[in-house]
Design a protein around this ligand. Structure first.
Ligand SMILES: Cc1ncc(COP(=O)(O)O)c(C=O)c1O
Length: 480
């Protein structure tokens, strides 16, 4: 299959002046507004666009982009599963999009029921006792979790001494960031040679100053932490809490659970496990689950049920407050609910097994050419290094994108040189896995100078990454 992305010289929509002079009947004019003249702006830089301008503009933009609807999207850790269309269809029903979060609870019983059921499903799947749906992304879930840790020790009168949160060196950057934002000092411990938590390093780091240990399991190398029981024991013996980064829940869902492993707090990245659109701090969802002894610290409101009536429950006594407006991203939560209902417990478990099988299928193919630094059987994702081929992970990533498959995550986790982190998920066919592996293997044989010429089939070649990071401009300003 040859691949070529569409290329348009598409201006910002703010520059559109397509001459639409349509005015909404009854629209407000300057003379209707009782404001001092000098405060009224004479000119607003808003686009003038008709419906077809808008639709065509965004369709053209979408054609210049790769999406989860186009093909495999195997971003390790930041996974994007296919977003099923039945969930979009449900979210498109007027009973859902036409409600307002400030409506009286008695008028939105159906919607509250869905959120209540989702809380229950997440509790059941994770073996936690209480859930908040409020956080808007995995990272915000982590931050919420850290606020709960803080409040827990504050109420116990131990906050002055519990100042540290331990993370392994394979952790996602949001873990130490969330702990630091919640006011803790971050203590990083090295991983053992097999890529799992180094128990001796953990024992050395843990003390009466430890507030929590944050880990994900399977970890960011796709390896299950076999010593998790021992880890939980060490953490709890020290009086600290064990935090589960649920980014990798897709590797264990329906097989085991964070609750069974001894975790106290967990966040769920709904997009990674429950096939919803991604959040990135915006319109996503990162619910948080806790054990019973932490339920009184959850953000409010949670959704309660009394007899057959659903209500907004503000009862958690030591709540950390609100972490988002209203109840969070209802439209995303709705899609996760639909996904869970659609698959049922057997289906969810089967998805996990297929996700793990797909990963190991790819591992078998790719290990012929690429170094896989940690050999154990992988769960939901695998990390390889391109070092042995003499090629840069970045160059291989560009080659993959240029051939119509989305590149895996690169240069993470930081403990692997020239890392490429691949998570195919279960929503990819054998045909797509084979094609992905074929292009990947082919890339190892492309001469370096040739590889560096890619991409050639995309509207944008190689952007200046450093400038993009240091000189970030995400707002459009009119040209002077
Ligand atoms: C291991 C891990 N933890 C946390 C996060 C943060 O999640 P989110 O992107 O939903 O904020 C990610 C990122 O995708 C991740 O891979």
């Amino acid at each position: 299959m040859s691949y070529h992305e569409a290329t348009y010289d598409e201006p910002s929509i703010f520059t559109f002046r397509s001459g639409t002079t349509y005015k909404v009947p009854g629209s407000v004019t300057d003379s209707d507004i009782d404001l001092p003249q000098e405060l009224i702006r004479k000119h607003l830089d808003l686009p003038e666009v008709s419906e077809y301008d808008v639709v065509r503009h965004y369709t053209r933009l979408s054609q210049m982009n790769y999406s989860v609807d186009l093909g495999i999207y195997p971003l390790g850790s930041c996974t994007m599963k296919f977003n099923p269309k039945y969930a979009d269809k449900i979210a498109g029903m007027e009973q859902f999009y036409d409600v307002h979060p400030l409506q009286l609870a008695s008028t939105v019983q159906g919607q509250l029921r869905i959120m209540y059921e989702l809380q229950e499903f997440l509790k059941e799947l994770s073996d936690m006792d209480a859930v908040t749906l409020q956080p808007l992304a995995g990272a915000q879930g982590e931050y919420t979790g850290m606020l709960i840790v803080r409040k827990y020790f504050e109420v116990k009168g131990e906050l002055n001494s519990r100042t540290e949160v331990i993370v392994p060196d394979s952790a996602h950057g949001t873990n130490p960031a969330s702990a630091a934002m919640a006011g803790f000092n971050v203590v990083e411990i090295p991983s053992a040679e097999d890529g799992t938590v180094d128990l001796e390093a953990l024992k050395a780091a843990i003390s009466e100053h430890t507030a929590a240990f944050m880990i994900t399991n399977p970890n960011t190398l796709g390896i299950f932490e076999d010593h998790i029981g021992e880890i939980a024991r060490l953490v709890h013996e020290a009086g600290a809490l064990l935090y589960y980064d649920g980014a990798n829940f897709n590797g264990i869902l329906g097989i085991t659970s964070p609750g069974l492993m001894g975790f106290d707090i967990v966040h769920f990245n709904l997009h990674k496990t429950f096939a919803t659109p991604h959040g990135s701090g915006g319109p996503g969802a990162g619910p948080v689950g806790v054990k019973a002894n932490l339920a009184e610290f959850l953000p409010v409101p949670i959704i309660g049920k009394d007899g057959d009536k659903y209500f907004l429950d503000y009862s958690p006594k030591h709540t950390v407050g609100k972490v988002s407006s209203y109840m969070g991203s209802f439209m995303v939560l709705l899609r996760a609910w639909a996904y869970i209902r659609f698959h049922g417990s057997d289906g969810l478990r089967r998805n996990t097994i297929n996700a793990v099988m797909n990963t190991n299928y790819l591992k078998k193919k790719l290990e012929n050419k690429f170094k896989i630094p940690y050999k154990s059987l992988k769960k939901h994702e695998l990390v390889l290094s391109t070092e042995n081929t003499g090629k840069k992970a970045l160059d291989i990533a560009k080659y993959l994108i240029d051939n119509g498959v989305h590149a895996p995550t690169i240069y993470f986790p930081l403990i692997v040189h020239e890392a490429m982190m691949i998570e195919p998920t279960e929503t990819v066919s054998r045909m797509d896995l084979d094609r992905f592996a074929e292009i990947f293997l082919e890339s190892a044989d492309v001469p370096e100078e040739e590889l560096k010429k890619h991409p050639v089939n995309l509207p944008i070649g190689r952007p200046d990454d450093v400038k993009a990071a240091r000189d970030l401009k995400v707002r459009w300003f009119p040209e002077k």
